[in-house]
Design a protein around this ligand. Structure first.
Ligand code: GDD
Ligand code: MG
Length: 344
């Protein structure tokens, strides 16, 4: 089974984190989101992945190469200008001649892909869209469906009076390749705003798959932090924490430092005297935390130097940052590096 990963968006709402790297590469518990997604797909029977890139595409290609390290064949389709979700899918047409999967690359969930594909086949549909239920659907694609779970309407980011449905597009689709004939070539197309409504008005059969498990898209900084706290609380199985905690190499923690679980520590980390780390803290690789610093509910990326007496609360610190002492950083993103540490 092949999968297409849509990874070309600008990640505007995640700035300044996405000044340095594309959104699908932001680390979740120390590992790029896209890497965990590809590994999950592999365990569910996907053996070939096509990544549709645009913004900072080199970063993604350099990291995954041909996919040999992950044991999955990885190919790339690069856009020089963003073609939108539909244009990106059409652009990858040459790769797909059988039922295939498409995923937005900013989604974290525990969906069973095999089950989704079986469901799609049982519905004899041209496409199946996985849906999840949310309280406020206004920032998503909203789906209305009939008693037999076939989609009757797709409304991208509707006004509250435009729909009563709380079921939204989870950003995971199963497509039959014939659907690609319905998307114009070399044009900017939104699969959500243009193609889905067009298919429905033509009477094409599109099935709705109700997914009830954990789901989040890391479109904003708040949601980026939340997903880590949810993984710590075991609400989300996207990352298996039993493989991680304290099992990395070269961690030096001063005996007078206080560690309050749950925390996740990368490798080559040094924590100095009387530092107070945790709960709900991620410390990336090659990071040094100075004495008397306090870190709570925060995500620190790689190669960071935090000097003594720093106070980090509910913060995110981007890679290669240096934070001087006597500072309190609360509810903020700290990114003072001018280095885009992988060529882009
Ligand atoms: N290659 C390429 N080119 N990829 C793109 C482009 C493009 O021009 N535009 C967006 N993408 C990718 C993004 O990288 C992301 O992985 C995915 O397509 C969706 O784009 P977002 O920018 O994250 O869209 P959204 O969050 O506003 O809405 C989408 O996701 C929701 C679920 O999180 C829609 O699909 C909604 O219907 C859906 O509910
Ligand atoms: Mg999104």
């Amino acid at each position: 089974m092949k999968a297409l990963l849509l990874a070309g968006g600008l990640g505007t709402r995640l700035r300044p984190l996405t000044n340095f790297l594309p959104k699908p590469m932001v680390p979740i518990m120390g590992k790029p989101l896209l890497e965990s997604t590809i590994l999950r797909l592999k365990h569910q029977g996907v053996d070939e992945v096509v990544i549709s890139t645009c913004y900072k595409s080199n970063h993604i290609e350099k990291y995954f190469g041909d996919g040999e390290k992950l044991g999955v064949k990885v190919s790339y389709i690069k856009e020089d200008i963003p073609l939108g979700t539909g244009g990106a899918i059409k652009n990858a047409e040459e790769f797909f001649d059988d039922t295939f999967i498409i995923l937005n690359s900013d989604i974290i969930c525990d969906i069973d892909i095999k089950n989704l594909v079986e469901y799609h086949k049982s519905k004899n549909a041209l496409a199946t869209i996985a849906m999840t239920k949310v309280e406020d659907p206004s920032q998503y694609g909203v789906i209305e469906y009939d008693d037999n779970d076939y989609i009757t309407a797709f409304k991208e980011k509707p006004k509250p009076y435009e729909t009563n449905s709380k079921w939204i597009n989870a950003g995971i689709y199963v497509f039959e390749p014939e659907l690609l004939n319905e998307i114009p070539k070399d044009e900017v197309v939104s699969i959500e705003r243009d193609t889905y409504p067009k298919l429905l008005s033509k009477g094409c059969s599109m099935a709705a798959y109700r997914y009830g498990g954990y789901w989040i898209d890391i479109g904003t900084i708040e949601k980026y932090k939340k997903v880590h706290f949810d993984i710590f609380k075991n609400n989300c199985k996207f990352v298996d924490m039993s493989d991680y905690n304290y099992k990395r190499k070269n961690i030096i923690i001063d005996p007078s430092a206080k560690i309050v679980e749950p925390i996740f520590i990368g490798h080559n980390v040094k924590i100095d005297a009387k530092a107070h780390i945790g709960p709900y803290v991620v410390i990336g690789d090659n990071t040094h935390i100075g004495s008397n610093s306090i870190i709570r509910h925060s995500i620190v990326w790689d190669n960071v130097k935090i000097n003594k007496n720093v106070n980090l609360i509910n913060a995110v610190v981007a890679s290669n940052s240096v934070i001087d002492g006597m500072r309190k950083i609360e509810d903020e993103v700290y990114a003072n590096s001018i280095n885009d540490y992988v060529a882009s």
